[in-house]
Design a protein around this ligand. Structure first.
Ligand SMILES: Nc1ncnc2c1ncn2[C@@H]1O[C@H](COP(=O)(O)OP(=O)(O)O)[C@@H](O)[C@H]1O
Ligand SMILES: C[C@@](O)(CCOP(=O)(O)OP(=O)(O)O)CC(=O)O
Length: 449
């Protein structure tokens, strides 16, 4: 029995630009995690087939029971005809990657758990033990509203890890080459399940944690052949080559918010459709060249300022702790104007937001709609708050603030009508990407009362 977990994400800087390998982005991994607990047994009754049971009991006892066999290219068959593409493409890719390894066991059960912040808490019951606490819903997974933290990317990443651990007994996710294996397999499965090749920052954060990210070239995935039972070798040979030997040309450099700063996320309970926003922005971009390129260049130079400022603040904390402590105190007490680093941080974010408001106006894609502008501006007036953005694709999704560690946002905004539509989420910046957990910590979950 082994267990793994992977974090959710917030794209703090780099929305839209991250789709182009030309630009780098700033991704914060979140304390909300997806978990997978895997067990396996040898079932002598099964010939040349593997049973894979995936249980997601938190969602109305959802489960998917698959049979996968080499002769069908490991295309999994769900015994009741139920479908979950994220699970299916994970099985296909992991099994095809390890096609020549005879696992000791052929009956595998993986239990999925997701931390509460990924989904709406309505009509839920808490089940907990000394180590973990999860919310149980009375609806199926697809019917429970999401908060947009990247549940499918986290799911595919932990599932890829859990299933790989059956074929690769010495899987050690603290090793760089194993992280790379999981990342590449999960990235492929996630794109195939979504039916599109996005930037992949969510899978990269699920694997590597908070990162400065430059995407892979999309053709690395789109060039993979279709799985065909006529030529089974074709897919797994190509997959192995892409996963192990191709140069993905992506970068995922570990980063973090500087010490004494924290991320605050607020859910605004409406949500936006990323795919539609991306389509509108792409059309606007292509129809407005070269001025749209200048807008992107301006956003990029401010994204880079934020990344650089985080690095500079890390250094300052070590080299000039007295000044650094004064700066943190200045941030807590609302004396931002006395510290050039804080001012530069604020200015960079306001330039980015200004550009996104311009794109909103010209493209019709609600990236920073007026109600969110008002909300963010109000947040920025709160003591301890340095700045705020709508992460990722923007729109009516969550807001993300950068604030001093001691900011008590719930207390500061309590009973203020301008914040009545925001629910402050129980989230922090994560301290790691993919990690191995103690499988005993998921046993004997009990209802609170
Ligand atoms: N805990 C879970 N158990 C099973 N499937 C899950 C779970 N969390 C997410 N999924 C799968 O991911 C889908 C949601 O993915 P997506 O729409 O990409 O949302 P997100 O933006 O949160 O990644 C769900 O419909 C389901 O298929
Ligand atoms: C526009 C984007 O650059 C960022 C979208 O970020 P979100 O965090 O909004 O993403 P979803 O979880 O997919 O809704 C598209 C991309 O990078 O794929």
């Amino acid at each position: 029995m082994r267990a793994f977990s992977a974090p959710g994400k917030a794209l703090l800087a780099g929305g839209y630009l991250v789709l182009d390998p030309k630009y780098e982005s700033f991704v914060i991994a979140l304390s909300a995690r997806m978990h997978a607990v895997v067990t396996s047994v040898k079932n002598p009754g099964l010939k040349d087939e593997t049973n894979i049971h995936i249980k997601s009991s938190q969602f109305n006892h959802n489960e998917w029971n698959y049979i996968a066999s080499k002769v069908r290219g490991f295309a999994p068959k769900e015994i009741d005809g139920k479908s979950n593409p994220f699970i299916e493409y994970t099985i296909i890719n992991v099994c095809n990657y390890f096609f020549d390894i005879e696992a000791d066991d052929n009956d595998i059960t993986i239990e999925i758990f997701s931390d509460e912040e990924y989904h709406s808490k309505e009509n839920t019951k808490v089940m907990k033990n000394t180590y973990k606490s999860f919310r149980f819903h009375d609806k199926d997974i697809q019917d429970v509203p999401k908060t947009g933290l990247g549940s499918s990317a986290g799911l595919v990443t932990v599932l890829t890890t859990a299933l790989s651990s059956i074929f690769c007994k010495n899987l050690d996710i603290s090793q760089h080459q194993h992280q790379r294996l999981i990342h590449n397999l999960a990235q492929i499965a996630h794109c195939q399940a979504q039916g599109k090749i996005g930037s992949g920052f969510d899978v990269a954060a699920a694997t590597y944690g908070s990162i400065v990210y430059r995407r892979f070239f999309p053709d690395i995935i789109s060039d993979l052949p279709k799985i065909s039972t006529d030529d089974l070798d074709k897919y797994h040979t190509a997959l192995r080559a892409v996963v192990d030997n191709s140069d993905w040309k992506m970068t995922a450099t570990p980063t973090n918010l500087p010490k004494g700063f924290k991320l605050i996320m607020g859910d605004v309970n409406t949500g936006s459709e990323t795919v539609k926003l991306v389509q509108k922005v792409k059309s606007w971009y292509n129809e407005n060249l070269p001025s749209s390129l200048n807008v992107y260049k301006s956003i990029d130079s401010n994204n880079m300022k934020i990344i650089k400022l985080c690095q500079d603040l890390h250094i300052l904390e070590k080299t000039n702790p007295t000044y650094y402590n004064d700066l943190l105190e200045g941030l807590s007490k609302g004396k931002i104007q006395n510290f050039k680093e804080l001012q530069e941080f604020q200015n960079a974010v306001s330039e980015i937001r200004k550009n996104f408001r311009l794109i909103t106006e010209q493209s019709g894609a609600d990236i920073e709609p007026a109600v969110q502008t008002e909300l963010l501006d109000n947040c920025c007036k709160l003591k301890g708050v340095l700045t705020g953005v709508i992460p990722g694709a923007g729109g009516f999704d969550a807001i993300a603030l950068v604030a001093s560690q001691d900011t008590d946002i719930a207390l500061e905004t309590k009973d203020l009508k301008e914040f009545q539509n925001v629910t402050w989420m129980k989230l922090r910046q994560a301290n790691c990407g993919l990690s191995e957990e103690d499988s005993d910590h998921y046993r004997d979950l009990k209802s609170e009362c």
